[in-house]
Design a protein around this ligand. Structure first.
Ligand code: VG1
Ligand code: CO
Length: 543
């Protein structure tokens, strides 16, 4: 049989982070690098003999070559079948949906999400399990363990599987099915949302701009928004996936989606604006002259989800990642539903969703999702917003004002310090950790510390414990700051400082966020001693 067993040896640092393994493309292209990681993944999940896998990526540079290697290795390792997106393309939520719908044994997603793509930028690979969600920590630990002991990998000798034509074929005994990346996903969306209502909204003159940021959601947004929902041609911009995302960062926030922000705050702004990230799991929401923070978006969706057919019976509960603002907690409390706080990263929501404890989840980094798949889902969030806008006939700004008047407003911002010397970043976090207990009761920048700890999560479903998930400091008066190091960067360390301040007084609901957050920002700088510890003063990115 034309199959090779290749001798190899472990390569340092193949430890999957919050969402798989993310490295420079040049690293992934080194001899045996991708192969080692794929074999470690297969071994870490107990082999792929007889299994069916879904495979697809966001179309970034190296997507095609990497898919060929994965298919050849899946065949050589005895997989029964791979379901592959046409041209190698599949968004992260679409992979999650296909895994679930086809009852497959998991999938491989090729993406570094919001990180830039290209020969000198970033690449990534992530394994999702049979529930459609990112592998839990016990599985990623096994994969990492295998990568430290690997001696051989298996790959078919012959190259080239045709992934550019739909239909079934076989490769060395393994079945390969090439599917339309959009079809099953669009079908799922139509079962959740009232497409007739949204179609009527657009037919009535409602205008929108969707910025796909040259990434994977382009084909989905064209087909669903402009196709099925009848939004005007040109509603979707930057809608053709490009290997380097047009040279930009496919990260939907006011910094990287500045063009969209400018349009939405300009004279002829449409009614509604949205953007999505590299692999299509994040979303940014902006009304005419009204940017909605992801934390606020989660709260609003929680308050209004019942207006969409898929959630008409209400929500079982909600979950947010720890650094996400507590706006959703207030809505959940008002609705009398459970609210869970999990570590950063979508994998922690999986058990809660599988157990039926929550229906909606979200993260401050622009990820929102529900139990329809086991990933965050950018276009889904946009469609839920559209369904709510179609039902309420209110503007985005009015919906937010109403929410704040009811539950108060959690002003929120994240400050990122990128490419910090790793030793210095770790030293700063260690220093902070060491003084946490002594902080309680002290006053910093006029704010009194109520509680200070390092977040650890006890999974209420499987009982597993995840420690070291970020330092959180809560002040009296509704302020909070959180410190953690990014798990998705590829250069040095990225320090993330999260700032939050609740205001409930009627005359404090329309402040400039920077003003509302000035005190807690000062407290965070003093407590962390960031400038002295790292030599940095201003953040690289403020969202
Ligand atoms: C970041 C975000 C986190 C998100 C993760 C993956 O992680 O903060 O909320 O889950 O990216 O997002 P970190 O460790 O760099 O803070 V992405 O869209 O893979 O998909
Ligand atoms: Co993403």
């Amino acid at each position: 049989m034309p199959m090779q067993t290749v001798r190899t040896r472990p390569i340092e640092g193949q430890k999957p982070g919050t969402s798989g393994l993310r490295k420079k493309t040049t690293v992934f292209k080194r001899p045996h690098y991708l192969e080692n990681y794929v074999q470690s993944t297969f071994d870490g999940i107990g082999g792929v003999q007889g299994k069916t896998l879904v495979v697809g990526g966001d179309g970034r540079f190296f997507n095609d070559d990497a898919i060929q290697i994965i298919l050849r290795m899946a065949a050589a390792n005895g997989a029964a079948k791979c379901i592959v997106g046409h041209g190698g393309l599949l968004s992260t939520p679409a992979v999650s949906n296909l895994i679930r719908r086809r009852h497959s044994d998991g999938g491989l997603i090729l993406s570094a999400s919001h990180n830039p793509g290209g020969p000198d930028a970033d690449f990534g690979l992530k394994y999702n399990g049979p529930n459609g969600g990112p592998a839990p920590e016990n599985v990623t630990d096994k994969i990492f363990g295998c990568s430290k002991e690997i001696e051989i990998y298996k790959i078919t000798a012959s190259g080239g599987v045709d992934i550019d034509n739909l239909g079934n074929r076989s490769h060395q005994g393994m079945q390969v099915e090439i599917v339309d990346p959009v079809a099953d996903y669009a079908d799922l969306m139509q079962r959740i949302f009232d497409f007739d209502k949204i179609r009527a909204l657009f037919a009535g003159g409602f205008t929108m701009r969707f910025d796909a940021m040259h990434a994977i959601t382009g084909p989905y947004a064209h087909a669903i928004l402009e196709g099925l929902l009848g939004a005007a041609k040109g509603t979707v911009v930057n809608g053709t996936p490009s290997p380097d995302f047009g040279g930009g960062h496919p990260d939907p926030n006011p910094i990287w989606a500045k063009d969209l922000m400018d349009v939405m705050y300009g004279a002829d702004a449409p009614d509604f604006g949205a953007a999505s990230d590299g692999d299509g799991d994040r979303n940014m929401i902006v009304g005419r002259g009204a940017y909605v923070t992801p934390s606020d978006s989660l709260a609003l969706l929680c308050a209004k989800a019942h207006l969409a057919p898929g959630y008409k019976d209400g929500l079982a509960g909600v979950a947010r990642s720890m650094p996400t603002s507590r706006a959703v907690d207030r809505v959940a409390q008002r609705l009398g539903i459970g609210c869970y706080e999990t570590p950063t990263g979508w994998k922690f929501f999986g058990n809660l969703l599988d157990a039926g404890k929550v229906t909606l989840c979200g993260e401050e980094s622009a990820g929102t999702g529900s139990d329809h798949v086991r990933e965050k889902d950018g276009l889904w969030a946009v469609l839920l917003w559209l369904n709510i806008l179609a039902e309420t006939k209110q503007s985005v700004a009015d919906l937010m004002a109403e929410l704040w008047a009811t539950d108060g407003r959690c002003y929120y911002s994240r400050h990122d310090y990128e490419d910090v010397d790793s030793d210095k970043a770790n030293a700063m976090m260690d220093a902070l950790r060491s003084k946490l207990t002594s902080l309680v009761g002290t006053t910093v920048a006029g704010l009194t510390v109520e509680a200070a700890d390092e977040f650890a999560y006890d999974d209420p479903v499987d009982g597993s414990r995840s420690t070291g998930q970020g330092v959180r400091i809560t002040f009296s008066g509704g302020a909070r700051t959180v410190f953690r190091l990014s798990g998705t960067g590829t250069e040095g360390a990225t320090i993330r400082i999260y700032l939050e301040q609740l205001k409930t007084a009627a005359d404090k609901l329309q402040m400039e966020p920077a003003d509302a957050l000035a005190d807690v920002r000062e407290a965070a700088m003093i407590l962390s001693d960031l400038s002295a510890m790292t030599g940095r003063v201003d953040p690289d990115v403020i969202t």
